[in-house]
Write a protein that binds this ligand. Structure first.
Ligand code: MN
Length: 201
């Protein structure tokens, strides 16, 4: 059973002005679609066929095609889901409490996550991960690596991530990655992040 490019959960222009429609069209329709088809090509006819994406990422980091395209498939699927046109604000409930407990305050967390995204050299991602027991950690990874890959970043389950490849922001923000990172806070779907926290804590 092949992996399928998921539909965006909103229109291409829904995240404007923070992320523009043309960037979303290319990012989803070309980049994510490309990772998905190359992932399928890499597993087809091998003993990896039929395995879950989580299983593939946890056990095949020495396979470059799986690492890059499987990572790209997984990371972008998460990325679309943790954004929303009705996003932004701050998380409440147990996720809000866990952020306070792990980082001292939401503002401290915001700074740490933004710094991780801004200082990831070249292409990559910044993550918020939850460890068993509920503690949260921020890290960044290069390329399409993610925390499901052993030794790639923070251990744990990623519940929030930001794509800092230039293809994620260059059309609208050019070299101004910090402006894109700052705009991202306006579209974070905290309900979705909280749901991922609850499932993985
Ligand atoms: Mn991307």
């Amino acid at each position: 059973m092949a992996f399928e490019l998921p539909n965006l959960p909103y229109a291409h222009n829904a995240l404007e002005p923070h992320i523009d429609a043309r960037t979303m069209e290319i990012h989803h329709g070309k980049h994510h679609a490309g990772y998905t088809s190359k992932l399928n090509a890499a597993v087809e006819g091998t003993d990896m066929e039929g395995k879950s994406i989580e299983d593939l990422l946890a056990n095949n980091t020495d396979n470059k095609a799986i690492r890059n395209n499987g990572g790209g498939f997984y990371n972008h699927r998460l990325f679309w889901e943790i954004m929303s046109p009705n996003g932004g604000g701050t998380p409440s409930g147990e996720l809000g409490q866990a952020i306070d407990d792990s980082f001292g305050s939401f503002e401290n967390f915001k700074k740490k996550f933004s710094d991780a995204a801004a200082t990831q050299f070249g292409s990559g991602w910044a993550w918020l991960c939850v460890h068993p027991g509920g503690k949260l950690e921020v890290c960044s990874t290069p390329n399409q690596d993610n925390p499901l890959m052993p030794g790639a970043g923070c251990e744990g389950q990623p519940i929030l991530g930001i794509d800092v490849w230039e293809h994620a922001y260059y059309l609208n923000y050019q070299n101004r990655r910090p402006d894109y990172i700052s705009a991202f806070w306006n579209v974070i779907n905290w309900d979705e992040v909280a749901s991922r926290y609850a499932k993985n804590k």
